[in-house]
Design a protein around this ligand. Sequence first.
Ligand SMILES: C[S@@+](CC[C@H](N)C(=O)[O-])C[C@H]1O[C@@H](n2cnc3c(N)ncnc32)[C@H](O)[C@@H]1O
Length: 243
Amino acid sequence: MFKKEKTMNGNFTKDKKFIGKMFDELSPMYDFNNHLLSGGQDLLWRKKAVKHLTNNHVKSETILDLASGSGDLAVEFLRLEPNKLVCADLSLEMLKINNNKINNKNHIAIQTDAGSLPFEDNTFDITGISFGVRNFENLETCIKEIYRTLKPGGLFLTIEMFGNRSPSFINKIFGFYFKKILPKIGNLLSKSKYAYFYLFDSVDTFLSAGEYTKLTEKCGFKTYWHKNNFINIVHTVIVQKPV
Ligand SMILES: C[S@@+](CC[C@H](N)C(=O)[O-])C[C@H]1O[C@@H](n2cnc3c(N)ncnc32)[C@H](O)[C@@H]1O
């Protein structure tokens, strides 16, 4: 019913029901596919982003891993020894994997939409989202929710595959693989007819890293750190709620 539903942003809807159902279906093979298709790089990108936080001795008592999925970013967040690590996601099946993976007394997993967070103002020291923001239907609303629920001085870390408005030669080669080859392998491995077409579409139509940073600034954040991880597509963006 949701497949190939035309939206303003591309060929797929970002309706919560569609996204939640898709990730429920992808959940059994999610980690395997992710690590295989990125050549293990996704694990390194999360590790390096959190290492930047540990190196800077940031405050980390309460951490929210939003769009946490199977919890690979949350695993890295455990290095910051939080008193509370909340993993939140739309997909119940992803959260089941999350719960099994993270065996820590300070961890809880909850099902929620990023656009309407069930937390009080000024709750978290850090909110992280890896490979999640691209899927949000109302991105600005979600960023405002993150701002509201972060403490003053709190950090919002994003790792994402961003749209690239000025492709270089290497981007064009990668673009061919990403559009023509990866969806076929990904769909086959995950037994989906469309999930990896969605992946291409969601990156192709998403904001560039610069546009995304500007949007966070519009919502009140100040830029803290930025790293281009992979050919101007995968970036880590850390922004801060002013004190
Ligand atoms: C590509 S996965 C990333 C999971 C994990 N953060 C990682 O790094 O592997 C995207 C996740 O975002 C979740 N998600 C998408 N839209 C969401 C929303 N509006 N609210 C909460 N979670 C959402 C999906 O259910 C899925 O688990």
